[in-house]
Design a protein around this ligand. Structure first.
Ligand code: XIL
Length: 299
């Protein structure tokens, strides 16, 4: 196959990309995105601040722009993200306790009903665990609303769109030996045991000096898959874009039957939130980097 998406589709997987609505007028960008990828995640447009800027007033203009571009070009869409400590609108940042709990439920219902039946996988909860060696939950207004906020989010999401696969998504959870990985594993195992509706786990996979790729990533993917969830690489970028590391990540997903796909977090280096790391598959002029060939060869 000659594109990433078509190559991934040979094993019923997707190869996706984060799309920024503000770049959809750039034909170099859209030509690559349309040619190479068969799944789309909105980089920012479906987040809480974008979709509910004022309490009770939903705005899907930018989210729909990304969604419509994707679907008109034959791509599936990952939803990102419904409950998160970051990119909360100001009104939500100032809420706490039971009021925040209800606002989270209302937000999940509002966004998921707009996209009901249209989103293959939703990142229901994003980045709920702390960095470092504690294995604790991250402190946030959501966490302070009660430790059960994550399962409340998942139960709400299941009722709001029963067809969507419901994912937990986090970063620095690729290394099997990390406390954060083990904490996430314990939560997913507990949810599966107690029947909390969770279908998938997303590994953001922002690899850099602080979170280097480790070959035990495959063990991580296998271990989560063994709990009965799908796994995916949801926001891949690699500082310096080592072709070997990109190929290793691709091969790790391919090696795990329940790994459904890989999403890279942008098209060209200049589109990346970490542009100075040159972490993506395409140069600023749209040409393919060595990492691109490494991924295509691996698929
Ligand atoms: C990033 C976007 O790429 C930036 O444009 C934005 O300014 C901040 O968020 N984890 C996530 C993504 O789940 O939503 C983040 O995206 C990167 C880290």
């Amino acid at each position: 196959e000659s594109t990433l998406g078509a190559a991934a589709a040979q094993s019923d997987r997707y190869f996706g990309v984060a799309i920024a609505s503000g770049r959809l007028g750039d034909s170099v960008y859209t030509n690559i995105a349309n040619r190479e990828f068969n799944s789309v995640t909105a980089e920012n447009e479906m987040k809480i601040d974008a979709t509910q800027p004022q309490r009770g007033q939903f705005n899907f203009t930018a989210g729909d722009r990304v969604y419509n571009w994707a679907v008109q070009n034959g791509k599936q869409v990952r939803g990102h993200t419904l409950a998160w400590h970051s990119q909360q609108p100001g009104w939500m940042q100032s809420l706490n306790g039971g009021e925040l709990r209800q606002a989270m439920i209302d937000h999940i219902n509002g966004v998921m009903s707009h996209y009901r039946g249209k989103i293959v996988e939703w990142d229901v909860v994003n980045e709920a665990f702390a960095d470092g060696g504690s294995g604790a939950r991250r402190d946030s207004n959501l966490q302070r609303s009660g430790n059960d906020w994550i399962e409340v989010a998942f139960r709400t999401a299941r009722a709001a769109d029963p067809a969507a696969k419901l994912c937990y998504n986090d970063y620095n959870v690729e290394n099997w030996n990390a406390a954060k990985t083990q904490a996430m594993y314990a939560m997913v195992r507990d949810f599966k045991q107690r029947g909390v509706p969770i279908d998938c786990v997303g590994f953001q996979s922002h690899f850099n000096e602080g979170n280097p790729y480790n070959s035990n990533f495959r063990t991580t993917l296998e271990s989560f898959a063994a709990l009965g969830v799908e796994v995916s690489v949801t926001e891949l970028d690699i500082q310096g874009a080592s072709p070997t590391t990109f190929a290793n990540v691709t091969n790790d997903c391919l090696a795990v039957a329940s790994c459904v796909g890989v999403t890279v977090w942008g098209v060209r280096d200049s589109d990346s939130w970490r542009a100075q790391h040159t972490p993506l598959l395409f140069n600023n002029d749209g040409s393919k980097k060595p990492a691109y060939d490494a991924v295509l060869n691996a698929l």
